[in-house]
Design a protein around this ligand. Sequence first.
Ligand code: 9Z3
Length: 313
Amino acid sequence: MEPNWEEFYANQPKPSDLESSKKLLNDFVERYSDGHTRIALVTSGGTTVPLEHNTVRFVDNFSAGTRGSVSTEYFLEHGYAVIFMYRIKSLEPFSRHFTGQKFLDMLDLTERDGKPQLTVSETYSEDVAQALIKYKSALKQGKLFQLSFTTLSEYLWLLRAASQALAPLGKRVILYLAAAVSDFYVPSNEMSVHKIGSAVGAPKIALHLVPKILKPLVNLWVPKAFVISFKLETDENLLISKARASLNTYNHKLVIANMLQTRKQKVTMVDKDKDYVISLTNEQMNRGEEIEKYIIDDLVKRHEEFLSAKETS
Ligand code: 9Z3
């Protein structure tokens, strides 16, 4: 039986900084009560599920945060303001271009008046400058706001807070739910307080089902927004039918279906009436093109159509 989401929330520990996050969210949203700027909430990266209250071990998820961080850059290019809700240490917009580089290798030292001066190494300076220009411009215009989570419960509380803050902006809001969120968790009252020991043998850990949060999100929290979820599968035969089932259950606008193995090259956009593929050729991949550019181009058009459909916002 599917657990009740309200009971579930009541039992999830609240992040200690939830109130200050809510205030920052409201301040950000307030800036866009201008009636025209479009706003995207992008979730990115995977959630952890702690196995102990004093957490040493947890269940994690593979997501690197590429989809969310790249998409954020393209939403910004289209003039959207973006709330980027991401897993700490997963990829972030702009700085993602340098993740995986050795930080110190990107720097050089020169000397002026006998004092060491820090510069960016020539190999990186053009790329760093380009990323920095875009990043600083997004911040200066107040278009990018980042919020981070690690655990499933932090993610869920933040998602609810962000949705509720955005609700007054109605149809101008896109929710782009790319984070890979655990379907399973260990309830607080079944969790060991301290590090699980090995002396008594292998532990038996029962994972419970997380209720489907898309339900209250679509129906109650942001009923007017353009909500897009992602469906990830490893078995191609299940992908489209599961994406369609999700759409029929939650009644949101679109499911972007992708396979673990090919997610950077191919996605299927599934809506009520049709589905179609967006993909990159091998040549495009080799040139370093990113599929998110085409996904976001497509979404911006759809959002435009949605906004001009005759309904009050
Ligand atoms: C996705 O399917 C994302 O596209 C990826 C992106 C997580 C595959 P990366 O971060 O990967 O670029 O490495 N996100 C949603 C995954 C998910 O857990 N969806 C749930 C499901 O499929 C429903 S919300 O059941």
